[in-house]
Design a protein around this ligand. Structure first.
Ligand SMILES: [Zn+2]
Length: 168
């Protein structure tokens, strides 16, 4: 670390301690050129990842909020928490890897919808009805019809009919 007095880059750490709340480490250093002591702080990167909403507003990326939404959609459905965690992991990685540290909510929504659709049709429709905030029933029906047209083709996933499959 550059000495603030003489500019030398050579120093040794003489003392190192963590802050009381554990979010930074304070190091006392001694310059090897001028022997003066200075302090450096090391902290973890604490810049939040953001979600860009439709209106351009931004909010903090909240992993738990997404997971909760998925859990609500999958209530009483044969979808396990680990499956949902995996979807959220996928989204989280995308946000973290985006160079701007942010992702549009529409992009996140699309991922969530397509993953849910693979897992469970009922959960998908529940989530879609909330997420896409259909303006009216007709719009929702159009979406459902589109879905069933598409799902006529074999899609690989087994479609199990259970008693609750009509409990939208
Ligand atoms: Zn120095």
């Amino acid at each position: 670390m550059k000495c603030p007095y003489c500019g030398s880059l050579k120093d040794r750490v003489v003392d190192s301690r963590e802050s009381r709340d554990g979010d930074s480490i304070r190091r006392r250093r001694q310059c090897l050129s001028c022997a003066r002591r200075f302090t450096s702080y090391e902290r973890t990167e604490d810049i939040p990842y953001m979600v860009v909403k439709k209106d351009g507003g931004r909010e903090r990326f909240d992993r738990n909020k997404i997971l909760k939404g998925l859990m609500t959609a999958c209530e009483k459905r044969p979808v396990g928490l680990p499956q949902l965690e995996k979807i959220v992991d996928q989204v989280e990685i995308m946000v973290q890897e985006s160079p701007e540290r942010e992702l549009e909510s529409a992009v996140i929504g699309k991922i969530l919808l397509s993953e849910l659709r693979r897992l469970d049709m009922v959960a998908y429709l529940r989530f879609a009805s909330v997420y896409l905030a259909f303006e009216d029933v007709r719009e929702f029906m159009t979406e459902i019809n589109d879905l069933f047209k598409k799902s006529d083709k074999p899609c690989g996933g087994k479609r199990t009919k259970t008693k609750s499959s009509n409990a939208l």
